[in-house]
Design a protein around this ligand. Structure first.
Ligand code: SAM
Ligand code: DTB
Ligand code: SF4
Length: 331
């Protein structure tokens, strides 16, 4: 482990962006002594947020399985044999019902996910109705539907969608090891469309897929160098699902996961950093360290898309134990 102290690590300045992070800059953060890294993350966090408030997002899979993409981590890819059934899109009424239930349990944001490479025009008609109806409940809305063209992006914006989730997932140079049916530029193009249309960007990635430290730093640098960086940054710990090519991936050391959260916080100071997939496999102590490292959002509810998440009672008990509470702001 490096003995470098925090004073030596500063982002490289570039003319076009207020703050630009090189991959070595980010890697150096990862290599800080743990206490120095968390101290710096805490300082950054406290400058921008109430450190005891956590934003609660509930996920719903509105269309599961049978996806034509070959993402190596994903139980919903038709290339994988995880046993997830290929289901038709849910009815708008069922989605609104689920959103209402999530709201009653305390969720502020409702995220609708679909196992698509990209939606069809027919799909979009239903999604637009869902977004409007969930918004009418007074919840923030998020959708993750795969790649979008200009028209679809505009339809979502007009429906009032608050956030679009589209993850970069890993560093550009590691991407081809995980997915072959699309490339990194496809992801960047969709994110650019979402940004131009005026919606908030939710983009993050997955760690624990066998990437090395430079590649983990590469993912964070890509996100942090977006101009502006995403408003919402989900950091997923790979859920190793049987039947996917990554089922046997080596488990990431928990402290390396905490470090990833801290580095995301430092490099994207005003973003909501979401402690995302993988929480069911984490102890309360590791989750507490993630909050200390600057995570201030979680997925809330028993199910992610197809895999499990801690139940609501357990999350309430954890937040109580830590003296934390749901955030009331709209960010
Ligand atoms: N199909 C759309 C797409 O890929 O953008 C939206 C749904 S997709 C399931 C959303 C995100 O879930 C992926 O980008 C990935 O980051 C995350 N994800 C999928 N499987 C995962 C797993 N096994 N562990 C952790 N995150 C996962
Ligand atoms: C994100 O970054 N993580 C969520 C959400 N955005 C859509 C999805 C996690 C999926 C985990 C595997 C599953 O449940 O299928
Ligand atoms: Fe399809 Fe999204 Fe899963 Fe990739 S991550 S297989 S695009 S649902």
């Amino acid at each position: 482990m490096s003995t470098q102290t925090i004073e030596f690590i500063r982002p490289t300045k570039q003319a076009t962006t207020p703050q630009r992070w090189s991959v070595p800059d980010v890697e150096a953060l990862f290599k800080l002594p743990f206490a120095d890294l968390l101290y710096r993350a805490q300082q950054t966090h406290r400058k921008h947020f109430d450190p005891n408030a956590v934003q609660l997002s509930t996920l719903l899979s509105i269309k599961s399985g049978g996806c034509t993409e070959d993402c190596g981590y994903c139980p919903q890819s038709a290339f994988n044999s995880s046993g997830v059934e290929d289901r038709q899109m849910l009815a708008v009424s069922a989605v609104v019902e689920a959103a209402r239930a999530a709201q009653q349990k305390g969720a502020g944001r409702f995220c609708m996910g679909a196992a698509w490479r990209e939606p069809t025009d027919e799909d979009m008609e239903s999604v637009v109705e869902m977004v409007k109806a969930v918004r009418d409940l007074g919840m923030e809305t998020c959708a993750t539907l795969g790649m979008l063209n200009d028209e679809q992006t505009e339809q979502l914006r007009a429906a009032g969608l608050d956030y679009y989730n589209h993850n970069l997932d890993t560093a550009p140079e590691f991407y081809g090891n995980i997915i072959s049916t699309r490339d990194y530029q496809d992801r960047l193009d969709t994110l650019e469309r979402v940004r131009k249309a005026g919606m908030n960007v939710c983009s993050g990635g997955i760690v624990g897929m066998g990437e090395n430290l430079t590649q983990r730093a590469g993912l964070i640098a890509q996100l942090a160098n977006m101009d502006p960086y995403p408003e919402s940054v989900p950091i997923n710990n790979l859920v190793r699902v049987e039947g996917t090519p990554l089922a046997q991936a080596e488990e990431l050391d928990s402290l390396d996961f905490v470090r990833t959260i801290a580095v995301a916080r430092i490099t994207m100071p005003a973003a909501r950093v979401r402690l995302s997939a993988g929480r069911q496999q984490m102890s309360d102590a590791v989750q507490a360290l993630c909050f200390l490292a600057g995570a201030n959002s979680i997925f809330y509810g028993e199910q992610l898309l197809t895999t499990g998440n801690p139940d609501v009672e357990a999350d309430r008990a954890l937040l109580d134990k830590l003296g934390m509470y749901p955030s009331t702001d709209k960010q």
